[in-house]
Design a protein around this ligand. Structure first.
Ligand SMILES: CC(C)(COP(=O)(O)OP(=O)(O)OC[C@H]1O[C@@H](n2cnc3c(N)ncnc32)[C@H](O)[C@@H]1OP(=O)(O)O)[C@@H](O)C(=O)NCCC(=O)NCCS
Length: 212
């Protein structure tokens, strides 16, 4: 079994622990769970090990880690904070996912149950996909994005880094989305816009621009 540290004690960390602990056969032994605050629920208290600073002191180079924090900027900040210890980033793929042999998935990602990654899709590093997300054929998801449940990125899309997708949102085929953009829950992005923004509605339109 692989020894694993989890960074985070919020909702995503709890979900990840429950996936890992219910696996049969088990692939991981959770040896630490680190954050500056403890879980909000004593059922998870036994996993809590200490602060981020103490993680950096305790980490040994052969141990795997996953940053289980959904907020893209927070994930990114921690990764740069950990540069000095050079951790071994693990990608967690739930056993119910359907992953094409012809796709590619980077390091530090979390793919929750029933995610589907189609042929020739590329998912770069530190991407979080919640339950039942789909990435269509030939699409590229750059690093640090977060897809909440049931997001569908159709084929031939290009999602630049650090984007965020609300539950049940859809990106239609061939769309390119600028970095740090957000797509609101249930929205359908139907055309290209050359700006980083929060897009809302069907058809989704920019309602707030981001300075990137
Ligand atoms: C994608 C999403 C997370 C972005 O939300 P967010 O991070 O709060 O968005 P931002 O803070 O960047 O922007 C919100 C701003 O847009 C504005 N806005 C929202 N809807 C708007 C509209 N229809 N027209 C104009 N402005 C609008 C808000 O007033 C707010 O303005 P402010 O920044 O001046 O306060 C959100 O839209 C969403 O989909 N939430 C659902 C998340 C989800 O699926 N959770 C499931 C977890 S399992």
């Amino acid at each position: 079994m692989k020894k694993l540290h989890i960074i985070g004690t919020g909702g995503l960390a709890k979900e990840l622990i429950s996936y890992i602990e219910s696996e049969k056969p088990k692939r991981y032994k959770i040896i630490g769970c680190w954050s500056d605050k403890n879980f909000n629920n004593e059922k998870y208290g036994k996993f809590y090990s200490g602060t981020i600073q103490s993680f950096k002191r305790h980490y040994k180079s052969n141990e795997a880690i996953i940053i289980a924090i959904a907020n893209n900027e927070a994930r990114k900040r921690l990764i740069s904070d950990f540069e000095t210890i050079k951790p071994l980033y693990e990608t967690y793929i739930h056993q119910s996912c359907i992953i094409s042999d012809f796709s590619k998935i980077g390091i530090g990602c979390i793919l929750a149950p029933r995610v589907i990654i189609c042929a020739d899709a590329i998912v770069q590093d530190f991407v979080f996909m919640n339950t039942e997300c789909v990435v269509g054929h030939d699409s590229l998801i750059e690093s640090f994005s977060c897809l909440f449940p049931k997001v569908e990125i159709c084929g031939d899309c290009h999602i630049e880094e650090c984007c965020e997708f609300g539950i049940n949102s859809i990106v239609l085929p061939g769309i390119r989305l600028k970095k740090s953009s957000k797509l609101d829950a249930m929205s359908v992005l139907r055309k290209n816009y050359d700006k980083s923004a929060l897009y809302i509605g069907n058809p989704a339109k920019p309602v707030k621009l981001f300075d990137t």
